[in-house]
Design a protein around this ligand. Sequence first.
Ligand SMILES: [Zn+2]
Length: 298
Amino acid sequence: MTITADETSAPVARERLASSCVCCGSADLASSPAILMPFVADRAFGWAPVEIDDSWGLQTIRNGMAYTICKTLRCRQCSHLFCDIRFSDAEMNALYAGYREEAYVALRDHYEPGYRARNTGLVEIVTYKPGIEAFLDPYLRDPLTILDWGGDTGSNTPYERRRVSLDIFDISGKDVVPGARVVTLEQATSAKYRLVICGQLLEHTPYPSEVLAQVRKAMDADSVLYIEVPFETVMRQDTPDRETIKRHWHEHVNFYSQSSLTALLRTFGFDILDQNVLAINVAGSDVQILQAACRLAR
Ligand SMILES: [Zn+2]
């Protein structure tokens, strides 16, 4: 019997600052100071870094640069590593509307000189679609209808030849590739798809369980959900206190381990069909990604 959305765990509570793990719900967290990088703080909050000098007239504060402070949290149960600041919907929109378009690139290049040049490599079509398709092939059935949740323009969506339709739900508001259709949240969650893709998204989202609660509405017993998140370098290191290493947070507010991704999916009503670590090269850099294929829990 298929579990309905109402029978799974409720999504993690919305908090400005997380007090529990966003993957498994545990409150057993290790904590260490960090900063939110200025580009993200400026775009999400309008908080630019400031230099405090004598003209401020502060009696108890030392002069120097002031940045947006946050905490790195590590779940002792599932080893998820995350930023304690959880963005609101309005802040997420401020951060991601026009993603990697001119205003975004100009501000980011201001804070992170050289970004504009690097971005040229990032917007190239990903070259690992065959790695996605090889991973998913054993679990998919035709006719292949696809929903790409957070799919941007659709240029990175796999199965260009095999798919019979491609719907894209994304807050970036960009034009999409020919043959694809932009859908609203209501349209996406009122249809059923053979394949739902959630690629390179859950590392950005403050409440991944909320995304999964919505995504499952677009699924039935024949649907496969493909999840892909970065397997960040610090998560691959064999070190017990990763929170003391991760000193800054950028757009990726969640760093997944294999166990935290597993915990997230199982906690929120999915059976995992397969998991894999894929090594790829993006814009000249060797990176690794965590892949998971799942279906609604039975
Ligand atoms: Zn956890």
